[in-house]
Design a protein around this ligand. Structure first.
Ligand SMILES: *Cc1c(COP(=O)(O)O)cnc(C)c1O
Length: 234
């Protein structure tokens, strides 16, 4: 068996194992295969094994890969930092953007989303570890931002995304993810109090090193690169 198939199988088994360990319904966790800086042949290989959702961090790389893989029915997720002058391109090719953290970006994604496509699914990226250099909105500004974007017609707010500071201890990892889950629940309530009935069904959290903790706290999308495709070229 090829390495990539092998890896996908291993991760699939892990997702099942953790779902049952933490009493979650089967298939409540979706695997996003993060293919940044990996060759399209590797994407094809994962696709042949049944993987459909792929994540990319760089706009031009996503556009190039999308073009070269036009024959496949890939669901593209953009998970990198997004500048406002790149929003048009992304809104034309992506199914999801995980990294929205400003009104201007959300507005431009909605304005530029072609009308013959379904609304773009987005997550708000939260800076949960309060790191100066990380992107993401501060937790205390989250509700106000979500309320402002709730009515944008061509985007659909699905939930929250985080990249916590690295941490090896499972218990500490879980504490951070539990905070994020609570933020989402509070946001859901806040929005419905304001008359906005939006089903926040997504927590995009968990990478190779903290998948178990993320799933234990309700992750619905885990983002895995290296454990599927191997080390990236630098
Ligand atoms: C690169 C990346 C991942 C995947 O990281 P790996 O360590 O390769 O599993 C997940 N999420 C985001 C936002 C990334 O940029």
């Amino acid at each position: 068996m090829s390495k990539i198939r092998d890896n996908l199988q291993t991760i699939g088994a892990k997702l099942k194992e953790y779902s049952s360990k933490y009493d979650l319904p089967e298939n409540s966790v979706n695997l996003l295969a993060v293919s940044k800086r990996h060759h399209i042949d590797k994407i094809r290989e994962a696709y042949e094994f049944g993987q459909r959702a792929f994540g990319e961090n760089y706009v031009q790389e996503l556009l190039d890969k999308k073009k070269q893989l036009e024959d496949l029915r890939i669901e593209w997720h953009f998970i990198g930092p997004l500048q406002s002058n790149k929003t048009k391109k992304i809104s034309e090719v992506a199914a999801w953007v995980h990294t929205v953290d400003r009104l201007k970006i959300a507005q431009r994604l909605s304005d530029n989303r072609p009308e013959d496509m379904p609304p773009l699914s987005i997550c708000l990226q939260v800076n949960i570890s309060a790191e100066e250099t990380k992107s993401g909105i501060k937790p205390k500004e989250l509700n106000a931002l979500a309320l402002q974007i709730a009515d944008l017609p061509q985007i659909k707010l699905r939930g929250l995304m985080v990249i916590p500071a690295p941490e090896d201890d499972l218990k500490k990892q879980r504490e951070v993810f539990a905070e994020v889950a609570l933020l989402k629940d509070n946001l859901q309530k806040y929005l419905s109090d304001k008359g906005k009935f939006i089903d926040l069904d997504t927590l995009s959290m968990g990478m190779s090193n903290d998948i178990e903790a993320a799933i234990a706290e309700g992750a619905t999308i885990v983002r895995v690169g290296t454990a599927i495709f191997g080390q990236r070229k630098s």
